[in-house]
Design a protein. Structure first.
Length: 328
């Protein structure tokens, strides 16, 4: 798309300024005095349940991403559609979020923390902590989660449509979407690495198999053998039930397999394949694949902490919800 126009630059600079101000107000161990057992409650809950349902790790990290990309990391994705939520339809029921799982999981943690410290720990912080702890529990990387986020009181169906990058985005669209949140190309590549434990519904990519340009054709960027296997699972454009592993064979292992597949033209979503259409992004992916997994873990950790700071509400902004699905 070439250079961003001046208006986009101003928007991005504004977002970065806001984020910079908010970052200073988050801190490690924020609840050390007000609810000292908060983080242990989250960790214990995760450790007792994720081993029995490891696929929830991918669901929770996706929930965290979807929360942060709309109104910042403020728990707005958790709100039910009620008039009290200041919107007739909330993010939760917007098309990009219809396949999100784990709301009951977050509610379970919140209930335990409310018994321990009523009205102290935000739902937004619980989502951020649960995402990290669940990934660690399945053997993935850990990262710092500074806390002190407060919960938003607004959740809007339309904002989710406009802010969440869809699986059909090309590289130019992805970079603009990430830049609007203060994230760069490196962050884009690293955060996409979470797809190593993810799955996708056929409807998210079946156009690549059956109708890429509207002429009943297949995406030429997709490896033909991989496409043939996908067609055996997703037998039509209309299949909205079947799910497919994004990193076949190691969907429960947080590793570099996702990136290796991208270099073989086996990225599931168009937005995955798009990462190899940019020279700098592709070179970075190639370097990751040739490096020890620990390098990816360390870099991914930094990107996750950065994402977790997007437009957070702190201080007196927002509220601490008593019920994550409802404003107070």
């Amino acid at each position: 798309m070439g250079r961003m126009n001046s208006a986009m630059v101003i928007v991005v600079m504004g977002v970065l300024a806001i984020a910079s101000c908010a970052q200073a107000q988050l801190s490690l161990g924020f609840y050390g005095q007000s609810c000292p057992n908060a983080e242990k409650i989250v960790l214990d809950y995760v450790r007792s349940r994720i081993p029995k349902a490891p696929s929830l790790a991918a669901a929770l990290i996706r929930m965290h991403f979807h929360d942060c990309f709309v109104r910042g990391c403020d728990g707005s994705v958790l709100l039910n559609s009620t008039k009290i939520a200041n919107a007739s339809q909330t993010e939760k029921v917007s098309p990009p979020n219809l396949s999100i799982r784990g709301f009951g999981f977050i509610d379970g943690i919140k209930a335990l923390i409310e018994k321990e410290c009523p009205g102290v720990v935000s739902c937004a912080d619980i989502v951020a902590l649960a995402a990290r702890d669940s990934v660690v529990t399945i053997g993935g990387p850990s990262w710092s989660v500074p806390t002190g986020r407060r919960d938003g009181t607004v959740s809007n169906f339309t904002e989710a449509l406009f802010n969440l990058p869809p699986p059909t985005f090309n590289f130019a669209n992805l970079t603009v979407a990430y830049a609007s949140k203060g994230l760069n190309i490196t962050d884009l590549v690293l955060l996409s690495g979470a797809h190593t434990i993810g799955v996708g519904h056929c409807t998210s990519f079946s156009n690549r198999l059956y109708n890429f340009t509207g002429r009943g054709d297949q995406d030429p960027a997709l490896d033909s053998n991989y496409a043939a296997r996908l067609k055996q699972k997703c037998t039509s454009l209309a299949d909205n039930v079947t799910i497919v592993e994004m990193d076949p064979g190691s969907v429960r292992t947080f590793d570099l397999g996702y990136y290796s597949l991208l270099l073989k033209r086996r990225g599931l979503f168009q937005s995955d394949a798009a990462l190899t259409t940019n020279a700098a992004a592709k070179a970075f992916i190639t370097k990751l694949v040739s490096s020890p997994p620990e390098v990816f873990f360390q870099l991914f950790a930094g990107a996750m902490e950065k994402m977790g700071r997007i437009e957070v509400k702190t201080g007196s902004a927002g509220e601490i919800r008593r019920n994550c699905a409802l404003v107070n």
